[in-house]
Design a protein. Structure first.
Length: 116
């Protein structure tokens, strides 16, 4: 059974930083494309950042480019999202997702609240 567990969310002031973690189990983590999404109150889920498995190329939404960084530690089956210069509009539930062998798996999410 595949499980993804996010952690690291919390409340931070605007301009601050947080690092989210997503630990995976039940899948060959090093072969999975990993993505962070977020969902703000009253809005749909949106793409934030991703890293693929074979080249570790990273991709970012324009709104977070230069402020957020995605990385992965395959030995720990964990993907990270370092978030710097946070803004109130970054307030959302952040989810990690894994794509492996044509299937998508989702974590339960972690709340990030940025106060102004």
């Amino acid at each position: 059974q595949v499980q993804l567990a996010e952690s690291g969310g919390g409340v931070v002031q605007a301009g601050g930083s947080l690092r989210l973690s997503c630990a995976g189990s039940g899948l060959t983590f090093r072969n999975a494309d990993m993505t962070w999404f977020r969902q703000a109150p009253g809005k749909g889920r949106e793409f934030v950042a991703a890293t693929n498995w074979y080249s570790e190329t990273t991709y970012y939404a324009d709104s977070v480019q230069g402020r957020f960084a995605i990385s992965r530690d395959n030995a720990r089956n964990t993907v990270y999202l370092q978030m710097n210069s946070l803004k109130p509009e970054n307030t959302a539930v952040y989810y990690c997702a894994a794509e492996s062998a044509g299937r998508y798996y989702w974590g339960q999410g972690t709340q990030v609240t940025v106060s102004s």
